[in-house]
Design a protein around this ligand. Sequence first.
Ligand SMILES: [Zn+2]
Length: 479
Amino acid sequence: MVEVSIHPPTEWQLEGELRIRGTQVSEGPQTWVPGHALHCSPPGTQVRRSADTGAGPRSPSLSSVSLRKWLGLPRSPTSAALYGTSNTLQLPFSGLTEEFMVLRTREALQYRDSRDGKVSSACIEVRTGRKWNAGKAVEVAESRLQQKALVGTVATGRAGLGYFPKTLVSQVKGKERHHLLQGEVRASLEEERVSRVVGLRQQGAWTMWNTLQRRITWANILQADFQRVRFLVQAVYDVLPSPSNLHVWGKIETPSCLLCSGRGSLEHLLSSCPKALADGRYRWRHDQVLKAIAASLASAINTSKNHRAPRKAVHFIKAGEKPRALPQLTTGLLHKASDWQLEVDLGKQLRFPHHIAATRLRPDIIAISEASRQLIILELTVLWEERIEEANERKRAKYQALVEECRERGWRTYYEPIEIGCRGFAGCSLCKVLSRLGITGVAKKRAIRSASEAAEKATRWLWIKRADPWTAVGTQVGT
Ligand SMILES: [Zn+2]
């Protein structure tokens, strides 16, 4: 056995300040970011170290503290909140520890699988300290991949079997195999993070949400209204200075709500304060979100009027010619008629059409097609994310009798409750409804984003005005 002394590389010695170039323009405006706060550069950017002090690695905890400070967050959010890759709210950072481990795994793999026989047979050990060993990490990653190959294809989230193409470890070699192994190292770190977070009652509450994920990009962080991102992160992990949190932190004596005598937790302030409800604050937020959804539906109805059903024709192909991919035409409920009339419970009270059924219920959105006798009923709820499933069941039961009555009278009725989390996280029901109506692709993404952002902005306004008197008129902003 040959002994080779390996000097650790210095790429991860992030000290001093780093210069980030704009992602689009190579010679564009440059932003200064504290070096210790930056663990991964935005995709496509060049990161330069302006002062290489050559000092050793900073401890991950210290670097996380600096990152929190730079983002203007309190000290309390866990590192899983900052670096988690499976979180409901994902930030574009990765932990220094994680990058170090992946870098060293790659190094160990390069020595082990080197084409040079002398290097690969030298049994080079990558020194990484006592707590973690790169060689062992490679072994664990190999065994994880083999175990995955034995298990075969499994369902991911709500997608169908085989929706996400999977690379089999037995079919890849060289660089691609190294990438898979590094991915496994990252995956095992993420599993550790999630297992820690699940035990946290307040900061780990998102693990129980049944909502769509949101991703914060570098563009969001570097833009002017960064306060929005800051609020969003603090609201998701419940670390805003609510009376309840301030009491826990020892800043105030009583944790009572600023409007009523209840306990002023974030949930109470944003979704269940009886005084705020009586003031019409939640109604105002509900209307803001309803307006955004109604605008998306109205534009979809306009587009669907120009929609032509595909003609059933046989496309012949000449010898040697490749078949042309035909444009995929989406068909949803909105495409099945051209006389949709949209009615929304905004401004004036919506009355359910008497010729269809007599009821006192007031759904938020109704779309009627008299010619084809079709009816779409949607009911929106803007609520605390943890209560989404419960609200869905409640609203479904509330309208069941009405839906059955409409169907008995010969109307093809589609009813679905929609839930939007008050912190800007749309429930899966919104995604389902949009697909069923025939709003797909970019239009669907835009509709989800506009509804989420409307909820988030309105909630932030309610938070800012949490102690102020409120007079809301219709859908106007309260003052
Ligand atoms: Zn209250």
